[in-house]
Write a protein that binds this ligand. Structure first.
Ligand SMILES: NC(=O)c1ccc[n+]([C@@H]2O[C@H](COP(=O)([O-])OP(=O)(O)OC[C@H]3O[C@@H](n4cnc5c(N)ncnc54)[C@H](O)[C@@H]3O)[C@@H](O)[C@H]2O)c1
Length: 265
């Protein structure tokens, strides 16, 4: 028996022009959901929406920069005008960066925080009032295992993802009385265009990141399937990579053992 708050099957995905956002959009379209796509890359998101429509998808698309709150509010108004509301918000838009702590410029820290953390906050800020008004909804925040297992040379990225996990845990309890569910997704690296787009000055670090992404045993599509099923089951924490689930458990149960095995320290 579907929960009434997702029964109309309307989802909005930020950063949906490529990578995991596109895979999520394809998954929800395949499952018969209405899908609203937005991305800072307006042309790319419009082109992708066109392809989904050719497959028979019921799709809305628009440009939206998650660093601009008024654009997220316009999105909420669009969902209300076109669909009469929204059931699931997926805060997916994100960027990466890699550098030694003393070499990451402060502007990049600010950019990462503005997109990866405050982009999620702005999404919640704009849509929670709608979810409360309509009696429920579900928020999915795309974090990363980097927010739990802090990889060296990624301090800014790790910090933003740890903060997204913290916001998600906060909202899980805070919003439960309003019938608003929360899921936080913590993938390890998988292949998308995020590394190419990232402002990484050190070629050795860039190669290491790309090699790690290429090694992923699972794809963006596999992760999208897991997210879809987590929304159905109202699962809070999703760690899609099997190896990361072990890493997570060991860190919680024995931080000393975790440091010796995974950090060799
Ligand atoms: N790929 C990985 O290895 C990996 C691992 C863990 C978590 N993640 C997270 O998954 C999410 C999706 O990443 P991806 O790998 O698909 O990356 P991607 O670069 O392929 O896609 C990200 C999309 O977000 C859009 N975007 C960037 N800035 C934006 C902004 N200000 N406003 C709106 N849209 C914006 C980009 O245009 C792009 O289409 C991110 O939050 C990322 O941190 C990725």
């Amino acid at each position: 028996m579907p929960d009434p708050y997702v029964s109309q099957r309307r989802v909005l995905i930020t950063g949906a022009a490529g990578g995991l956002g596109s895979a999520l959009a394809s998954e929800f379209v395949s499952q018969g959901w209405k899908v609203a796509l937005c991305d800072v890359d307006r042309d790319a998101v419009a082109a992708f929406a066109g392809r989904l429509k050719e497959r028979g998808g019921d799709v809305l698309s628009t440009g939206c920069d998650v660093t601009v709150e008024s654009e997220l509010i316009k999105l909420r108004e669009l969902c209300e005008a076109e669909w009469g509301g929204l059931d699931v918000l997926i805060n997916n838009a994100g960027i990466a960066s890699m550098a030694a702590i003393h070499k990451e410029p402060m502007e990049r820290w600010q950019r990462l925080i503005d997109i990866n953390l405050l982009g999620v906050v702005r999404g919640c800020h704009s849509f929670v009032p709608l979810f409360k008004k309509q009696g429920g909804g579900h928020i999915v925040n795309i974090a990363s295992i980097a927010g739990i297992a802090n990889t060296p040379f990624m301090a800014a990225y790790n910090a933003t993802k740890a903060a997204v996990i913290s916001v998600s845990e906060t909202l899980l309890v805070e919003l439960a009385p309003s019938n608003i569910g929360v899921t936080v997704v913590c993938p390890a690296m998988f292949k998308t265009g995020i590394a190419q787009r990232a402002p990484i000055d050190n070629p050795k670090l860039r190669r290491a990141l790309e090699a790690e992404m290429a090694k992923s045993p699972i794809s963006a599509e596999d992760i999208a399937e897991q997210v879809f099923s987590a929304v159905q089951r109202k699962q809070f924490l999703v760690i899609p990579h099997r190896a990361s689930r072990w890493q997570y458990r060991v860190k919680r149960l024995s931080p000393g053992l975790y440091r010796r095995i995974f950090l060799k320290h």
